[in-house]
Design a protein around this ligand. Structure first.
Ligand code: NOJ
Ligand code: CA
Length: 498
């Protein structure tokens, strides 16, 4: 038997947008707990929770004040334990987020006598910052320290100072935090900015503006020495029973460099962002799949998360999104789903400016809309005020009034996106075997895995295909067979045959 995680489908929950139980308009751990049966029925194997730790929420909880406690906004540690127990009782694994690159500036360390060892302070150059590094959220990666003449580094918001991983106390603390959550019983950790902890010695200039934070070669990302940290953590993970896993959120310049994070003595998985970023073209998608399979024997696949435009909008249509999803779910390996994608939710592009909370919006002076549009709360029912997400109409981000037909309740119909996901996840449990590409018309991808064939039309026109077997599932209703026996696959469609 292969380890559980090698084929697992993990459902990402953005806690503050999933379900609210106390009517404050913000999702909470109780809300997650109350909806576990929905996830069980959907057919996923586990859940990854985005940060719910104590935080001033300047970056949606990726700015942590206390790694060992639940923010009162989300509940209590007892709520977490109850949620974990229920998840396990339902056979669902639970993964939590670990954020080691930075803390919040409200973390006690940042105002302690040790702040200069724990974080990265440097004198400026003339009147300017110590080097030319750019924050992922826009603007310089340095801010003036209010308590000295120096500057401190923050690869993200100014309220998220970067830790100095040369300091043994930082390493010890995170090993202890990892153990804290493993001791509580979590099945794994998703590691935020896993490629960022170690910076090039001497903090040299990047040498150019417009630094590419999604795989560019940069002195603050993907340094060789970062892997030492994951070798240590792997030992910790392996010292617990039951195959606890680590998943890297890492951006690397090449597939081979990305695969370094999943060497046998490092982490188990790394998110496959090249797949997510691939243009909707047959050669491009096939190249990414081939490159993934070549570099990683136990790959992951992902199309949406809380940091990118939802794939319905990014790919340009619900048809393509559904087709892309069925393509992804037929690939060998593990898949990550983002809450709401099973409803076919689009990105919300017209949030009022005043509602936007992502620091990217502020730091780019409104040039970048930021990531709030994929973080809008889930619609559960058709009911006012908040489609079952909350008893309050004042949800932390407004839910578009036209989302009623997208709600879970409204999608209990045979052809809905939700039903397609359920069926796909059910069928997927029986899929086995390696991928073999098959001949297909231009712009169409076809592959088999044992007796299953998956065919996707990535063109913008109808394509006739000869059915390689009986139809198991399709991302859209397929037109009746033509006299020749061929079946018409509309643009964006994927079909599974057996
Ligand atoms: C990646 C997280 O997914 C994102 O939401 C966060 O803003 C940055 N890391 C910084 O922690
Ligand atoms: Ca709440």
């Amino acid at each position: 038997m292969n380890p559980w995680w090698q084929s697992a489908v993990i459902y990402q929950i953005y806690v503050r947008s999933f379900a609210d139980t106390n009517g404050d308009g913000v999702g909470d751990l109780g809300g997650v707990r109350s909806r576990l049966p929905y996830l069980r029925e959907l057919g996923v194997d586990g859940v990854w929770l985005t940060p719910f730790y104590r935080s001033p929420m300047r970056d949606g909880g990726y700015d942590i004040t206390d790694h060992r406690d639940v923010d009162p906004m989300f509940g209590t540690l007892a709520d977490f334990d109850a949620l974990l127990a229920d998840a396990h009782a339902l056979g669902l694994r639970l993964i939590v987020d670990l954020v080691p690159n930075h803390t919040s500036d409200t973390h006690p360390w940042f105002s302690s006598p040790h702040r200069r060892e724990r974080y990265i302070f440097r004198p400026g150059r003339g009147d300017g910052p110590p080097n030319d590094w750019e924050s992922v959220f826009g603007g310089p990666a340095w801010s003036k320290d209010p308590h000295s003449d120096d500057w401190y580094l923050h690869l993200f918001d100014a309220s998220q100072p970067d830790l100095d991983w040369d300091d043994p106390a930082v390493r010890q603390e995170y090993a202890a935090v990892l153990r804290f959550w493993l001791d509580r019983g979590v099945d794994g950790v998703r590691i935020d900015v896993a490629h960022g902890l170690v910076k090039a010695p001497g903090l040299p200039d990047a040498g150019h503006a417009g630094q590419d934070h999604r795989g560019g070669i940069l002195p603050y990302f993907d340094q060789d020495d970062v892997h030492e940290v994951y070798r240590d953590w792997r030992k910790i993970l392996d010292s617990y029973p039951g195959e606890r896993i680590g998943i890297a959120e890492a951006w690397a310049p090449t597939a081979d460099r990305l695969a370094n994070y999943t060497r046998p003595d490092e982490l188990h998985q790394a998110f496959n962002f090249p797949f997510l970023l691939s243009p909707w073209r047959a050669e491009a998608v096939r190249a990414v799949i081939d490159q993934t399979m070549r570099t990683n024997p136990a790959p992951t696949w992902v199309l949406s998360n809380h940091d990118v435009q939802r794939h319905v909008t990014r790919l340009g249509s619900l048809d393509r999104a559904r087709g892309a999803t069925l393509l992804m779910l037929a690939l060998p390996g593990s898949a990550y789903l983002y809450q709401g994608e099973e409803l076919g939710l689009p990105e919300v592009l017209d949030l009022p400016d005043g509602a936007r909370q992502d620091p990217t919006w502020r730091r780019s002076q409104g040039r970048e809309p930021g990531r709030d549009g994929c973080r809008v709360p889930m619609p559960w029912t058709g009911e006012a005020p908040a489609f079952g997400f909350s008893a309050s109409a004042a949800t932390w981000l407004p839910i578009p009034p036209d989302w009623r037909p997208l709600s879970v309740q409204a999608q209990r119909t045979p052809d809905s996106t939700l039903t397609m996901y359920r069926r796909a996840l059910h069928i997927r449990r029986r899929m086995t075997g390696p991928l073999h590409w098959q001949d297909a018309p231009d712009g169409v991808l076809a592959f088999t895995r044992a007796a299953l064939t998956c065919t996707t039309n990535l063109t913008d026109r109808d394509v006739d295909v000869v059915p390689p077997g009986a139809l198991l599932l399709a991302s859209t209703v397929l037109a009746a067979a033509r006299p020749t026996g061929a079946v018409c696959l509309p643009p964006g469609a994927t079909a599974w045959w057996h």
